[in-house]
Design a binder for this molecule. Structure first.
Ligand code: G6P
Length: 571
């Protein structure tokens, strides 16, 4: 039991319920005398569950966006767009990209409305947008605007493949993959941050706005926006880990990155540990006042609050794909790969070196070495969406996985049984959710991961309260999903033991663990993440008249000095 506001929250299985009709978890609260009731701080809130627990739902987020933003525009900036239009065989095809960020934020934008500014990366993106790059989405039921920003191949190469994914991605993920720092990539990164600043400022014209910047592609953007429009409220969420200061300081542009991020009013990370690392990095790198009690940084006359906001998923999303004949796509996959009716261990990832896919495959070999009786009894189905394939390390990883899978199948398999099935394709939710629902276990073996939303998606798909989650302890999700089978993916024996647990755990134990994980994700869902972050940021929205000095950002000039005037703008 945990104490909350003078009341005790009974988290024992008997005291936590699941409402199948609403798909939401109900946790029951008991007061000190053992009587059920709401925790006193919530009173009779309209979003109380029957058991008295405040729930964050789509409706509550909509309500919060309406009341808290009070007419201010919501502008989300993320490199990746939630809907990509591609040309295929002369026809326009809609694609939902793989990756947690877009999956998590799309329901938020559906609830709140507003504008999502992103790189228009699809081959038919220009065809489907208006002259200013705008298109209403979701295409079947439009609720918000997608504003596409066009990049040249050189800009995409330097900013996205270069600085974002060859410098910052390996720098922030401690997976022993050496980052490269190329001044040309850095120049492209600055140029594209400028370009996005101009697009956001255009979208924000004419009134108050809250700009919600996403991820490591835009470390410089918050400062650019604040310089041009001090009245904008700017919040950023960093979706990947923040490394310790020793690691971070190797970046030649460490000070510029931090200065850019200190343009934010509010800065979020998944965990307190990442917040601590960030404050340490600031303390050692730029002139500022770090307040460890209030968790904020003051640089010049501006203060940035730094807080953890663990991201999550929409718990009701799975339901759309688990109605009707939901088993049909799994049956088709079983036929296509000759899986029979054997148990499935499932991996769903972008093919990325942070995800620990080779480690997972080696653990399958180890499992078969230690348990020869399991031969012919299960498959590891690894869905691996191609990702960042312009980069040689991503292509090499794809080859490595194909090679490992072939080697394991050759060594342990038979003509009738291939232990590892590597599906190196993009798969949509209409296949992934039925697979989650059918699998004996889902394996998330990331070597380092800010959160990992596959783990949470898997849990939301298990309305049968079955299925075992094998989860790397180096993911943010491991802090919340403590009922998963937690493993160190670098330890092949422990990972193999995790796979064995997924294949052999008794149903009652699976149910006990899954029930608790479902309650956790139902409560700590994407609406809570967005609602708490936007509520905190919206306290700062000023609805008064806009300062006359506001203007669109002009190109930036860097001066080689570590002070508040690091960035200067010609008039
Ligand atoms: C991670 C990043 C996101 C990114 C996603 C997919 O989750 O934090 O910003 O969108 O990977 O990667 P991609 O490079 O395809 O956008």
């Amino acid at each position: 039991m945990r104490r909350a506001g003078g009341f005790l929250r009974d988290s024992s299985p008997a005291a936590a319920g699941w409402s199948a009709a609403s798909g939401t978890a109900v946790a029951y609260w008991v007061n000190a005398t053992g009587m059920p009731g709401p925790p006193p701080e919530y009173g009779s809130h309209p979003f109380l569950h029957p058991g008295g627990r405040v729930a964050w739902t789509k409706d509550r987020l909509e309500d919060a966006a309406r009341t808290r933003l009070g007419g201010a525009k919501l502008i989300v900036v993320a490199n990746r767009e939630p809907y990509i239009h591609n040309l295929r065989d002369g026809a326009v095809e809609l694609m939902r990209p793989a990756g947690g960020l877009t999956t998590a934020l799309d329901p938020v934008m559906r609830a709140c409305g507003g504008t999502w500014v992103a790189h228009g990366s699809g081959s038919a993106d220009r065809l489907t947008a208006d002259a200013r790059g705008r298109v209403r989405v979701p295409p079947d039921d439009p609720t918000y605007t997608l504003r596409r920003v066009w990049l040249t191949p050189e800009q995409e190469n330097g900013y996205y493949y270069g600085f974002a994914n060859s410098s910052l991605w390996p720098l922030c993920h401690q997976v022993y993959h050496r980052p490269t720092f190329d001044p040309a990539h850095w120049a492209a990164y600055q140029e594209v941050n400028d370009l996005f600043a101009a697009a956001v400022l255009e979208e924000a014209r004419g009134g108050p706005a809250l700009v919600f910047v996403q991820d490591y592609h835009f470390a410089l953007l918050p400062r650019l926006l604040k310089r041009a429009r001090p009245d904008l409220v700017v919040a950023q969420f960093w979706h990947i880990p923040w490394p310790n200061p020793e690691t971070f300081r190797v970046c030649p542009w460490a000070a510029e990155l931090l200065d850019g991020m200190l343009g934010n009013d509010l800065l979020g990370f998944h965990t307190q540990y990442h917040c601590n690392n960030f404050l340490e990095s600031v303390d050692r790198t730029v002139e500022s006042r770090v307040c460890r009690e209030g968790f904020s940084v003051t640089r010049g006359d501006r203060t940035t609050r730094v807080r953890p906001f663990p991201i999550s998923v929409d718990p009701d999303f799975a339901g759309q794909y688990l109605a009707g004949d939901w088993e049909a796509p799994v049956a088709a996959l079983r036929r296509r790969y000759g899986l029979g009716d054997r148990l499935l261990l499932l991996g769903v990832d972008r093919v990325d070196y942070t995800k620990g896919i080779p480690e997972r495959l080696r653990a399958v070999a180890r499992l078969l070495d230690l348990n020869p009786g399991l031969a012919g009894r299960f498959h590891l189905v690894q869905i691996g969406a191609p990702s960042r394939t312009n980069l040689p390390e991503y292509r090499a990883l794809t080859d490595e996985i194909h090679g490992l899978a072939a080697g394991i199948n050759e060594r342990y398999g038979t003509p009738a049984w291939r232990p590892v099935v590597f599906v190196n394709e993009h798969a949509g939710p209409e296949l992934i959710y039925p697979l989650y629902r059918s699998a004996a276990g889902c394996v998330v073996s990331s070597l380092h991961d800010g959160m990992n939303l596959v783990a949470k998606e898997f849990v939301t798909a298990r309305d049968d309260e079955q299925g075992v989650l094998v989860l790397s302890e180096f993911t943010g999700a491991a802090r919340e999903l403590t009922d998963a089978v937690l493993v160190n993916p670098f330890d092949v024996d422990r990972l193999a033991a995790g796979l064995l647990a997924a294949l052999t755990m008794p149903p009652a134990e699976r149910q006990r663990r899954m029930r608790r994980m479902r309650a956790q994700v139902a409560d700590h869902n994407i609406y809570r993440w967005a609602g708490t972050m936007l509520s905190e940021a919206s306290k700062l929205v000023d609805h008064g008249p806009r300062p006359a000095a506001a203007r669109v950002a002009a190109p930036r000039v860097y001066v080689p000095a570590d002070d508040a005037a690091l960035l200067t703008y010609p008039a």
